[in-house]
Design a protein around this ligand. Sequence first.
Ligand code: ADP
Length: 193
Amino acid sequence: MRYYILFGPPGAGKGTHAAALREKYNLCHLSTGELLRAEIAAGTELGIEAKKLIDKGCLVPDSVVEGMIESKFNSVTDVDGFLLDGFPRTLGQAEDLDNILAKRGESVTAVLSLMISDDLVKRRILHRAAIEGRADDASEETINNRIRTYHNQTEPLIDYYKNQAKYHEVDAGADTTEENRSRVINLFESVKK
Ligand code: ADP
């Protein structure tokens, strides 16, 4: 089984491009953000607790997202690989992911990093707020907090995966979605194994 990580700041286009990669390469797309939003929509205890943190632009506890990911690894089998979107997001999650995979005799295949500037993060998220209506996209304060959280807690993963020689970056800040998609697919082709 292959395990690909789609990495990048909020609004980099991880979800958008994951949809194209999933179809083309028979992958299971696992977005921890989407899994959490499903819990919120279902009104579960976990969802209620997660919403409080998500609406402030904070991360939910590592154990919560790790539990979700591990249960998907155990239940989804009819694919060629997993495409992780929005996970891992902290060094602790990255280390735990390595341990979860090691127990299965597996490891992360490659990290595809979609890079855009902080300015573009803000513009993309505000634009998305008008289309998708996500509460955590609508407030400038929450967006700024997500950008801070990204720099403080998620960016250190770049060095973590560079040290494992698994980190591959693409500029995902082109003007059109089509151009960005073709850049991401080219990158995937070059790292897929
Ligand atoms: P985006 O990439 O636009 O930030 P996501 O859908 O990936 O959106 O995540 C939305 C929110 O869900 C995050 O801001 C965070 O609060 C929570 N979340 C998602 N993935 C994780 C994770 N791996 N660890 C902790 N919190 C997460």
